[in-house]
Design a protein around this ligand. Structure first.
Ligand SMILES: [Fe+2]
Length: 199
């Protein structure tokens, strides 16, 4: 017997090929309450998983870098929530979901520091972008093995500044890690695409 996937099952049930950690339960409940499309839930789960892998690598790699891990994970898990209100941006371009997402989270009682990622995930090149925002934006690219040199350079600069290692060394280390991470991108893409945009 096959059961129809729901927001909660898409967010939380064990997966294989790719193995994705579940979304935080409070995020899963929020996505359920707002009626998020399953394609969106799948996307948020994939990006959250990649953000968690990135944070697991970053901690031991650069202990001197101060990063709010929980903020990054929450940001990755909710960054596109505004696409619930603008589902056309799930399958086409558009930025209306950004401010809509921030407003939706604020209206649901999420604090501004956590809600901000919904609004900032596409504007990582703004001056003084915090490292947490860079990392959410990076996870939102590398989950599908999209490599954005300018964004990666900003992360490399943060690593070098915090840990005192040369930029070229940080560049090589991050590149090797992201190349590795990219190997499962086809599985993540296939898993996400298997979830309907409308539903
Ligand atoms: Fe995204």
């Amino acid at each position: 017997m096959t059961t129809t996937p729901t927001v909660l099952s898409t967010a939380l049930d064990p997966t294989s090929d790719p193995a994705l950690r579940p979304l935080p339960s409070q995020v899963a409940s929020l996505l359920d309450e707002v009626g998020a499309p399953l394609r969106l839930v799948a996307h948020l789960r994939a990006v959250h998983d990649v953000a968690a892998r990135l944070m697991d690598w970053l901690g031991p790699h650069c202990p001197a870098l101060t990063v709010d891990r929980e903020a990054v994970l929450f940001g990755a898990a909710t960054h596109d929530i505004g696409k619930t209100l603008h589902p056309e941006e799930l399958s086409g371009p558009g930025s209306r979901h950004e401010e809509a997402g921030r407003a939706l989270l604020l209206a649901r009682g999420v604090g501004p520091a956590s809600a901000r990622f919904a609004g900032t995930h596409a504007s990582w090149d703004a001056p003084d972008t915090a490292v947490e925002d860079l990392l959410v934006s990076l996870a939102d690219k590398v989950w599908k093995n999209k490599r954005v040199a300018d964004l990666e350079d900003l992360v490399v600069a943060e690593l070098s500044r915090a840990g005192g290692r040369p930029v070229w060394q940080e560049f090589l280390d991050l590149d090797a890690f992201l190349t590795d991470l990219g190997e499962e991108a086809p599985l993540r893409l296939a898993w996400q695409s298997a979830h309907p945009v409308h539903g």
